[in-house]
Design a protein around this ligand. Structure first.
Ligand SMILES: [Zn+2]
Length: 359
């Protein structure tokens, strides 16, 4: 088991046998022997291995494994296969930790993810997606308001949200199903923790679109476009767009879009697109607006401070609940949170000094 895990961790870290050997001060053949199970690393070697491959030592000893089925990436073409493998590794690694935590609970503390029954079986136009979003929002009792924290909303409905550490600009996110050894499955969505909130939120809503629309779109519809429409409508549903912008407009003011971005967590560009999709502005007005927007360089970087990234909270919440209720030790809790034990002690006591430490 350890052998295979060393191999996986090394590949995910993008290190060759020689490179990893150099970090450990051993030959490349020694690493090869670790990976074949012909040699067992010492505990200090394992610590160095973990550090070099950017995993926790606990990773090498896990007994439960998780497989990611049908991963669907939201990415640009430049995102290579090796990059994808790395993201999948990180996501699987964190999903395993999640599922290990859930295993501590006698009854699952999260409710199973369900597709609302009201969703239309077949969707043959992009306009119909507005309806699918409305039904989803109603089933989840979200009304037509803005969604303050999409991670929280998704987690409350049984989706595991994973934040991966990927700074590659070609990566947005992915949706997949995590399957455990015993066959239990959990849908999950992963997004980069580095991006501003509007990019994270659109990606998460897009991935939710994949889960909700799967098998319902007729051939004429492009799944990616459909999921983008779902995402825009999920973050800013049509009634909210009409209420915020009015039924018909000749054009839109930049400052309106700027404020709405902050209110709804949907980018200014996203708002221009929504205005067109909800027929608030004409196609001609849309094109001219979008061209001006692009000319200002705002497609690369929108004006004003970027929105602070979102941070899922459920995992940490469940670690503390398990500590309080199900007798996990403080060192296990610290391991789950990936922080040193001393930092954990301080965090547990709400000591302000704990915030200064690195996570
Ligand atoms: Zn997609």
């Amino acid at each position: 088991m350890i052998a295979q895990r060393i191999l996986q961790a090394r590949k995910a870290a993008g290190l060759t046998l020689v490179e990893l050997g150099a970090k450990l001060g051993v030959s490349h053949t020694a690493i090869q022997k670790f990976e074949r199970g012909e040699l067992t690393p010492s505990s200090s070697q394992l610590l160095t291995l973990a550090k070099a491959c950017d995993v926790r030592t606990e990773y090498f000893f896990r007994t439960h494994t998780v497989e990611l089925e049908n991963p669907e990436f939201r990415k640009k073409v430049r995102f290579s296969n090796a990059d994808q493998e790395r993201v999948l590794f990180q996501t699987t690694n964190l999903a395993e930790l999640w599922i290990r935590l859930l295993g501590i609970y006698p009854i699952s503390p999260i409710k199973p993810f369900r597709i609302p029954e009201e969703l239309p079986q077949s969707i043959d136009s992009y306009e119909q997606i507005e309806d699918a979003v409305e039904k989803t929002r109603n089933a989840w009792q979200l009304g037509m308001d803005e969604i303050p924290d999409i991670c929280d909303t998704l987690e409350a409905h049984g989706l595991i949200v994973i934040m991966v550490n990927v700074a590659n600009p070609s990566f947005d996110g992915l949706a997949a199903t995590a399957r455990t050894d015993d066959g239990t499955t959990y849908p999950l969505v992963a997004v980069s923790k580095q991006w501003p909130a509007d990019r994270q939120r659109f990606t998460l809503a897009h991935e939710l679109g994949h889960l909700m629309l799967a098998g319902r779109l007729t051939e004429e519809l492009d799944e990616e476009d459909a999921c983008n429409r779902f995402a825009g409508a999920f973050l800013a549903p049509k009634p909210a767009v009409l209420q915020s912008l009015g039924q018909k407009r000749k054009g839109l003011e930049w400052h309106e879009l700027y404020n709405l971005k902050r209110e709804y967590g949907l980018s200014m560009a996203g708002w221009i697109i929504r205005a067109r999709q909800c027929e608030v502005i004409s196609d001609k007005a849309y094109k001219s607006l979008y061209a001006q927007f692009a000319k200002k360089g705002w497609r690369t970087m929108e004006p004003g401070e970027p929105l602070q990234p979102e941070q899922p909270k459920l995992f940490e919440q469940l670690v503390f609940r398990a500590l309080g209720e199900y007798c996990i030790t403080e060192s296990v809790a610290a391991e789950f949170l990936g922080i040193p034990l001393m930092t954990f002690f301080r965090q547990r006591q709400l000591d302000p000094a704990a915030n200064a430490s690195d996570q």
